[in-house]
Design a protein around this ligand. Structure first.
Ligand SMILES: *[C@@H]1O[C@H](CO)[C@@H](O)[C@H](O)[C@H]1NC(C)=O
Ligand SMILES: *[C@@H]1O[C@H](CO)[C@@H](O)[C@H](O)[C@H]1NC(C)=O
Ligand SMILES: *[C@@H]1O[C@H](CO)[C@@H](O)[C@H](O)[C@H]1NC(C)=O
Ligand SMILES: *[C@@H]1O[C@H](CO)[C@@H](O)[C@H](O)[C@H]1NC(C)=O
Ligand SMILES: *[C@@H]1O[C@H](CO)[C@@H](O)[C@H](O)[C@H]1NC(C)=O
Ligand SMILES: *[C@@H]1O[C@H](CO)[C@@H](O)[C@H](O)[C@H]1NC(C)=O
Ligand SMILES: *[C@@H]1O[C@H](CO)[C@@H](O)[C@H](O)[C@H]1NC(C)=O
Ligand SMILES: *[C@@H]1O[C@H](CO)[C@@H](O)[C@H](O)[C@H]1NC(C)=O
Ligand SMILES: *[C@@H]1O[C@H](CO)[C@@H](O)[C@H](O)[C@H]1NC(C)=O
Ligand SMILES: *[C@@H]1O[C@H](CO)[C@@H](O)[C@H](O)[C@H]1NC(C)=O
Ligand SMILES: *[C@@H]1O[C@H](CO)[C@@H](O)[C@H](O)[C@H]1NC(C)=O
Ligand SMILES: *[C@@H]1O[C@H](CO)[C@@H](O)[C@H](O)[C@H]1NC(C)=O
Length: 734
């Protein structure tokens, strides 16, 4: 058993070490001889050289440790690219004393399947001789050179035909043969002294330098020269051999042999090793980084990769291709700049956003503050508390006001007065409104505004300017009214509209309308109201010359349980009730006085106060009453008023005005009475007119009542007025 086992193991090793694998050498092949490395496809024993081709067989003389190719060439080294470098001795022949050559100079070497490289030179050293190198085989070829000299040539190192000649080997030779023919060229024996022998040899280009004094005498057996032999695999080109070539598997590639037949292998760029092998000695990646074959310079670090390397820089740096060094990335700055810019911009955006929001909030807070300051809260409370008939007072926004007045454009100003500025505004629904804006920095104005809102919210009368709404979000409150386009009564009587003459009928109707309105305010509105600033400048006229009482800024709501109020005296000089002025006690009779002045103004066409009139008559009341006393009423009544048949009415109206302007309030009639009296004048007048046109008195009355009823549709005043008319008649009758 034991013997049997040993036998099996022996057989195994034999197989493993003797059979070539895939055309590859055995693993136990000799790798060197002396100092020469034996490289595949060459080998010293069978299974070690390529395809059992004897051309690749080398012999190692173990005694002197020389590697031999054939019998004549000692191998120096083997190049993978197809060169076998060998030592080759010098051929020579010497002369005897008779002048004959002692030795046979012809030599012949077999190069097996190798050939002589073109990178060799064939050289002759000697005087008066020639040498021929010839090859026989597939074609016959010969080359040679001739040297002649009578004396020792100068030692200039040149092999130029004087004592030495050389020639290139242009055709690959597969066997070499040299010969010399001194006969015929060697006639003088005088050269024997310095040139006893002639020498011929092959040498790798550039390895021989001729020294005349040395070499002509002493080249024999002194030197061997390196000779290059070309070798290749097979007799096919790379294309012909295709994938059957022994290269090309492990990072090696095939190339056509320079000698014209067969191919050779080489490692790919960045690889090194034996390209004819497929084992661990085949082409391997060169680690340029550890072998210092890289050109990366500090501070870049070399990184190896298959077939090459690359230089790496730390992040933030880039490689400069000319110096292979690292430089700070330029685009880093661009990136930083860009990043900073973006960051900055977004910060700005954020800030502006926040600012905008804060501004918005501040604006809202401000609006709220103004709203409160302007009594908005109180107003809303009171508006809802009053249970008003006209509670649809709209609260406008600041924004809406701004747009409707075109940003409080100067061109939109309708008028400017003590109470503030009035703008023409156009609401989004294209309706035209008048917007009154209090003067800035006058808190009493704001109070008056609120007051006006409160008062007007209580009133719904066709002869009172309609308050549409207000805006309290602004620093000063804004009031929005219906737009009355034909100016004030004052303008019509004394000012810009005076060209439009108001007839007696107009004036009487206007007086009736004002009186009715005041009567309504005093007695019929849900809470009695005293206007306190009745004057022609506060009576607006629309296109039909219908009176609209405006400006309730000074007006007072009088609680039901109080007859009169003590207030700061307020009003306009000329219209101001002297009793109120003296006592500060406000009651409805103050409005009656003011109305009396207005009525006088209507009758006389004179201003309430006129300093052009004589001293006693500066005040209109005095002016009229003195004229009355002196029985020259004709002089003071506006001639536009006086017509045929109306003197009695005018006189009556003057009487009413006189009653109204009595110094003592108690003696003045109530506004309802005044309204009824004037209405009576108007009705009588109408009756008179209609009686001219229509015979039936009843019809006129009915029509008159009908007209009044029309007023009653908008408020209850009209109807009340009628009743008062009736009672006034009774009173008058007494
Ligand atoms: C080996 O070299 C020695 C010394 O040069 C020589 O005597 C011997 O014959 C050589 N052997 C062969 C096999 O050539
Ligand atoms: C072979 O030897 C020559 C001369 O000694 C030398 O220049 C060359 O580099 C060597 N080649 C290899 C592949 O060792
Ligand atoms: C040349 O190579 C062929 C095969 O490629 C081989 O048969 C022949 O023996 C070789 N000749 C010499 C002289 O080695
Ligand atoms: C031999 O070498 C010289 C100089 O090195 C060069 O000029 C010449 O071309 C070479 N000859 C051949 C055949 O390579
Ligand atoms: C080469 O020369 C020899 C005689 O020197 C001759 O026998 C042979 O046929 C020649 N070869 C060719 C290819 O001409
Ligand atoms: C030639 O050889 C001689 C003798 O060895 C020597 O003295 C001389 O320097 C050599 N000249 C050149 C150019 O090498
Ligand atoms: C290549 O060599 C083989 C023998 O190894 C031979 O049969 C063939 O004819 C040769 N081909 C050429 C083109 O020389
Ligand atoms: C070589 O190439 C031929 C076709 O070009 C293919 O049929 C064959 O299998 C290949 N052989 C190998 C070993 O890749
Ligand atoms: C070349 O070698 C690398 C490793 O050095 C290996 O990854 C790659 O596959 C090889 N290429 C071939 C064609 O064998
Ligand atoms: C090898 O030589 C052949 C013929 O001369 C040519 O067609 C082919 O392209 C060459 N191949 C290479 C890799 O040089
Ligand atoms: C390539 O080389 C590796 C060793 O570097 C070897 O193991 C492998 O078999 C080779 N590949 C081929 C296809 O020969
Ligand atoms: C560095 O080496 C690479 C490859 O070895 C080469 O392509 C490049 O030109 C070299 N650069 C410098 C600056 O030497």
């Amino acid at each position: 058993m034991k013997v049997h086992g040993v036998f099996l193991v022996a057989v195994f090793f034999y197989l493993m070490y003797t059979l070539p694998v895939n055309g590859q050498p055995r693993k136990d092949c000799q790798t060197s001889c002396g100092r020469v490395t034996i490289e595949y496809p060459f080998g010293t024993s069978q299974g070690c050289y390529y395809a059992d081709d004897p051309s690749f067989k080398l012999t190692c003389n173990e005694t002197d440790q020389k590697l031999l190719f054939g019998t004549n060439f000692e191998v120096i080294n083997i190049s993978h690219s197809g060169e076998l470098r060998v030592w080759n001795g010098v051929s020579y022949a010497c002369y005897n004393s008779k002048g004959d050559l002692s030795d046979d100079i012809s030599y012949s070497y077999s190069l097996a399947n190798l050939s002589l490289s073109r990178n060799n030179k064939f050289t002759l050293v000697g005087c008066n001789a020639f040498a021929v190198l010839s090859t026989t085989g597939t074609r016959n070829y010969s080359t040679g050179c001739l040297s002649a000299c009578d004396s020792l040539p100068p030692a200039n190192g040149e092999c130029n035909g004087e004592g030495c000649c050389s020639t290139d080997v242009y055709v690959p030779l597969d066997s070499i043969e040299f010969e010399t023919n001194p006969h015929g060229y060697r006639e003088l024996t005088s050269v024997l002294d310095f040139n006893p022998c002639i020498y011929a040899f092959l040498a790798e280009n550039g390895t021989f330098h001729f020294n005349a004094s040395e070499d002509l005498k002493n080249l024999r057996n002194v030197k061997e020269f390196r000779v290059l032999l070309d070798w290749s695999i097979g007799n096919q080109t790379c294309d012909q051999v295709g994938n059957r070539s022994i290269c090309g598997t492990n990072n090696s590639t095939c190339f056509n042999s320079t000698r014209g037949t067969g191919y050779n292998c080489k490692c790919l760029e960045g690889f090194e090793g034996n390209p004819y092998l497929s084992n661990e000695h085949s082409c391997q990646d060169i680690d340029e980084c550890t072998t210092h074959k890289h050109n990366c310079s500090d501070p870049s670090t070399c990184r190896n990769k298959d077939g090459g390397f690359y230089c790496q820089c730390q992040s933030g740096y880039r490689l400069d291709a000319t110096t292979m060094s690292c430089k700070r990335k330029d685009f880093e700055w661009a990136t930083i700049l860009l990043g900073t810019t973006i960051g900055f911009l977004s910060l700005l955006l954020l800030i502006s956003c926040v600012q905008h929001k804060m501004k918005h909030r501040k604006a809202a807070e401000l609006r709220q503050k103004f709203f409160e300051q302007n009594g908005g809260g109180m107003l809303i409370q009171r508006l809802s508390g009053l249970g008003t008939p006209n509670s649809n007072v709209k609260i406008f926004t600041e924004e809406g006001m701004k747009t409707s007045t075109n940003g409080y454009d100067k061109g939109r100003i309708l008028g400017q007065g003590g109470q503030g500025t009035v703008y023409k505004g156009i609401l989004p629904d294209n309706s035209i409104v008048a917007i009154k804006k209090a003067r800035l920095g006058d808190n009493s104005q704001a109070e008056q505004f609120i007051n006006e809102v409160l008062v007007l919210s209580q009133i719904n009368h066709r002869n009172v300017v309609k308050l549409l709404g207000c805006c309290l979000e602004t620093e000063v409150p804004l009031l929005v009214y219906e737009f009355i386009n034909s100016g004030t009564l004052f303008d019509h009587l004394h000012g810009s509209f005076s060209s439009l003459s108001l007839t007696w009928e107009h004036r009487l109707r206007i007086a009736v309308e004002i009186a009715g309105t005041l009567a309504y305010l005093h007695s019929s509105a849900s809470i009695p109201i005293i206007h306190r600033d009745v004057k022609t400048a506060n009576i607006l006229l629309d296109e039909n010359l219908t009176a609209k009482v405006a400006d309730f800024g000074a007006s007072r709501l009088i609680p039901m349980d109080k007859e009169q109020l003590t207030t700061m005296v307020q009003g306009t000089l000329g219209y101001l009730d002297p009793e109120y002025y003296n006592t500060g006690l406000l009651n409805e009779k103050s409005d009656v006085y003011s109305f009396g002045v207005v009525l006088m103004e209507l009758l006389s066409g004179q201003k309430a106060l006129c300093f052009e009139r004589p001293l006693q008559s500066k005040h209109l009341v005095n002016y009229i009453s003195s004229a009355m006393k002196e029985n020259r009423l004709h002089e003071v009544i506006d001639e536009k008023v006086i017509k045929e048949n109306n003197w009695k009415e005018v006189e009556e109206a003057v009487r009413v005005a006189m009653e109204c302007t009595r110094v003592t309030g108690e003696e003045r009639p109530l506004m309802t009475e005044v309204a009824a009296k004037l209405e009576g004048l108007r009705v009588a007048k109408n009756k008179h007119q209609w009686s001219d046109q229509y015979p039936g008195e009843e019809t006129g009355n009915l029509v008159g009542v009908g007209v009044l009823s029309e007023q009653g549709d908008t408020s209850s005043t009209g109807y009340d007025s009628i009743r008062n008319v009736a009672s006034m008649h009774v009173t008058a009758g007494r």
